[in-house]
Design a protein around this ligand. Sequence first.
Ligand SMILES: *[C@@H]1O[C@H](CO)[C@@H](O)[C@H](O)[C@H]1NC(C)=O
Ligand SMILES: *[C@@H]1O[C@H](CO)[C@@H](O)[C@H](O)[C@H]1NC(C)=O
Ligand SMILES: *[C@@H]1O[C@H](CO)[C@@H](O)[C@H](O)[C@H]1NC(C)=O
Ligand SMILES: *[C@@H]1O[C@H](CO)[C@@H](O)[C@H](O)[C@H]1NC(C)=O
Ligand SMILES: *[C@@H]1O[C@H](CO)[C@@H](O)[C@H](O)[C@H]1NC(C)=O
Ligand SMILES: *[C@@H]1O[C@H](CO)[C@@H](O)[C@H](O)[C@H]1NC(C)=O
Length: 472
Amino acid sequence: MANTTWLLYYLTRRRFSPSFRSFFFIPTSLALFTSLFILFYISTTSTLFFSNQQPSIPHLNQPLLSSSSSMPQINISNNTQNPFPHVSNVNRLNENDRDGRESQRSLRPQFGSSDGIYVNNELFHDKDIFLEDYKQMNRSFKIYVYPHRRNDPFANVLLPVDFEPGGNYASESYFKKALMQSHFITKDPAKADLFFLPFSITRLRHDRRVGVGGIQDFIRDYILNISRKYPFWNRTGGADHFYAACHSIGRSAMDKSEEVKFNAIQVVCSSSYFLSGYIAHKDVSLPQIWPRQGDPPDLASSKRKKLAFFAGSINSPVRERLLHSWRNDSEIFAHFGRLTTPYADELLGSKFCLHVKGFEVNTARIADSLYYGCVPVIIANHYDLPFADILNWKSFSVVVATLDIPLLKKILKGISSDQYLMFQKKVLEVRKHFQWHHPPVDYDAFYLVMYELWLRRTSVRVSLPVSKNPNH
Ligand SMILES: *[C@@H]1O[C@H](CO)[C@@H](O)[C@H](O)[C@H]1NC(C)=O
Ligand SMILES: *[C@@H]1O[C@H](CO)[C@@H](O)[C@H](O)[C@H]1NC(C)=O
Ligand SMILES: *[C@@H]1O[C@H](CO)[C@@H](O)[C@H](O)[C@H]1NC(C)=O
Ligand SMILES: *[C@@H]1O[C@H](CO)[C@@H](O)[C@H](O)[C@H]1NC(C)=O
Ligand SMILES: *[C@@H]1O[C@H](CO)[C@@H](O)[C@H](O)[C@H]1NC(C)=O
Ligand SMILES: *[C@@H]1O[C@H](CO)[C@@H](O)[C@H](O)[C@H]1NC(C)=O
């Protein structure tokens, strides 16, 4: 490849080849050092940074913010209301710090500190930035889809389905269907930010000509075909390409196509950063959503009498632990095997709904509980949660480490009713982001996946033809 192509390639992947490293190193380290120095200076002079760390300094105990602040006011003076239940050693706050408002403004999470924790109850990490970026994404983001004819022998795999997707793996089909009819599509590859590989893992799995055993070869051949026919794949080694898959088999599907695994953006439901097939920050977590239309009729009026609910089969050590600790409990209802009561009633009648890792970190249960207004409790270590770049999961869910399953009741009962109401309010706000629509609706699951892709687009366009320069 020509030098310029390499430069562009490496810039877009935010890595530098050795010859460019020193070129970037000096200004970068200067900038870093200066920023650190400024931060250090501010932190030694400003009271904002140390409000919790030094509660013994009298003036720090006065609230820094007026009570008219838009910050939600919750009582975090009680250790049992710990909003980070998976961080086990957050201790009781200093009594003088009882108001808690300073803590919420602290810029540093104080994990493990003896007297402070950082609480952000906003649904978005930064709503203003999100809305601004979203507008830009919606205006300018362009996707090129490799074209396939209706009479292609694999049209069933490559074209969007012509029915309303349903069931457990619907996210994959919904996403493709919505994308192909959206204004993000461009027929001009020169205008494209990203290239979509339109194969469907779920459809391949059910295709008798391919099946589970043939998926790897199919993907390898597909990539070979498009890399011969078009110049786009070779330009970046697939780095500006993406595919979407909800079935976990997608992970092994790429085993004969390493460039897809390591360069392309994988939009997948089974987004466990513990496993090697998924690379956090490069790949995108696709929410697994069992599609439901409209709202449940009794969403607002439901009385949530049970503390927590789970139903499912025992197919993992994590679920075995849950069973072992809570099978006969009168407050945590853990049903294993077939439910005898309607699923919807259980989700509407419980305060918390448990998402417990099974074969994979993901299931449709998180979206189910949000749909029914139940606060999700996530017990799935290493789950790269969907839309985590955008949404503050701590504002509408409780994350519990597998190790803490025996403490589950203590953790959930330790959440005050004020904190619970806050969670539930956010659950009702976040619901719309976990729903598919056809055609898509602003800010729904489709648009948020597009936003996640937009964040991962290459910032420099690669538009140079591949050079045959033998010196490089
Ligand atoms: C916060 O909780 C503590 C302990 O439960 C209680 O004594 C105090 O009055 C509460 N403060 C507010 C502002 O609700
Ligand atoms: C604070 O915690 C104690 C136990 O440590 C509990 O008895 C009390 O009800 C809690 N107060 C609130 C307001 O949650
Ligand atoms: C996004 O684009 C679509 C299609 O142009 C438009 O209907 C919609 O209003 C836009 N949404 C926002 C928030 O700009
Ligand atoms: C690749 O191209 C060949 C020749 O056109 C075709 O027969 C084959 O089905 C293609 N394979 C895939 C996976 O696209
Ligand atoms: C891309 O690279 C592959 C493997 O090196 C090669 O077979 C193919 O011809 C290249 N494609 C183009 C369009 O040059
Ligand atoms: C739960 O109840 C069943 C029978 O009802 C009993 O066999 C089992 O030992 C109990 N398990 C626990 C953990 O208490």
